[in-house]
Write a protein that binds this ligand. Structure first.
Ligand code: FES
Length: 117
């Protein structure tokens, strides 16, 4: 898939998401958690692969977020569960970029996903 400029939408000022925290946004029918990792941003579907907990409310450490409900850890880049070990469950990840202090989300993947639903 190509990520041309038309697929990016502005979400918020980068300064609105404190370091090591997440915020949720709705794109169509999909709720997305955007995380500030300190030096960059990442995005996942805001739905823990365990029982759907709000990952945006979790604590970010390194490249994982800890779900606030039962402490599963999910990689913010791949959506894979890193703890507990041995789970094949994962959640969708999305491309994010920051340009001139604004966080942008690549919505092409969201649109594709909704079209397939
Ligand atoms: S819902 Fe996330 S760990 Fe249970």
């Amino acid at each position: 898939m190509t990520h041309d400029n038309s697929n990016w939408i502005a979400i918020t000022n980068a300064s609105n998401i404190p370091a090591r925290e997440g915020r949720s946004v709705s794109v169509g029918h999909t709720e997305i958690a955007i995380f500030n990792l300190g030096e960059r941003f990442a995005a996942l579907e805001n739905k823990c692969p365990h029982r759907g907990g709000p990952l945006a409310d979790g604590i970010v450490g390194g490249t994982t977020v800890t779900c606030p409900l039962h402490n599963w850890r999910v990689c913010v880049d791949t959506g894979d569960v890193t703890k507990p070990a041995g789970h094949s469950a994962c959640v969708r990840s999305y491309a994010v970029k920051v340009n001139e202090g604004i966080v942008y989300l690549n919505v092409a993947e969201v649109v594709e996903e909704e079209a397939a639903a």
